[in-house]
Design a protein. Structure first.
Length: 169
């Protein structure tokens, strides 16, 4: 398969994974308000995952392999993406930490945020060398900021403060 088809297929599989029902069990909650609060949080995770997915989708230079590599690092590597040789489809599996319904969409968010972080890092402008008079070090600065601060600012510009502070800190 070519790279574009691989990425398209992987994103389609991730979208399906995000859209699956969480399977919350009401008996695990003491009352209706706690149950509904958990459902709101899970729905918010879905919206954020979809937004990150759309953002990754339109960046042609982020490949399926980039997303797979990000899945090995992000969210403790609990979201695994594999491709059986026979049909070429991707298999997405999540190893639960504590409670699947509250975690699986967050794992997708973390993987996609990691892929975007790598993309932004690789496409940063050339930095300026600046001397730090306190430490005596010469450091690269990007628009006067350290690399991490520059990348977090990029995330805030793309997604706003909420998603940026949740997935890019």
């Amino acid at each position: 398969m070519d790279k574009d088809k691989d990425k398209e297929l992987l994103l389609q599989c991730l979208r399906g994974f995000i859209k699956q029902k969480p399977g919350l069990e009401f008996c695990n909650y003491g009352d209706v308000s706690a149950y509904r609060a958990e459902m709101r949080s899970i729905t918010k995770d879905r919206h954020e995952a979809e937004r990150l997915l759309d953002n990754v989708a339109w960046r042609d230079s982020i490949t399926a392999n980039d997303i797979i590599e990000a899945s090995k690092r992000a969210y403790s590597g609990r979201l695994t993406i594999t491709r059986p040789a026979a049909d070429g489809c991707f298999v997405i599996d999540y190893c639960t930490g504590q409670y699947f319904p509250t975690e699986y969409r967050r794992a997708v968010c973390a993987v996609l945020a990691s892929a975007l972080w790598d993309y932004w890092r690789d496409n940063m402008p050339a930095g300026d060398l600046m001397h730090n008079s306190e430490t005596g070090e010469t450091l690269k600065r990007y628009n006067g900021m350290r690399a991490g601060d520059y990348l977090r600012q990029q995330a805030r510009r793309e997604f706003g403060r909420g998603i940026a502070s949740r997935w890019f800190n």
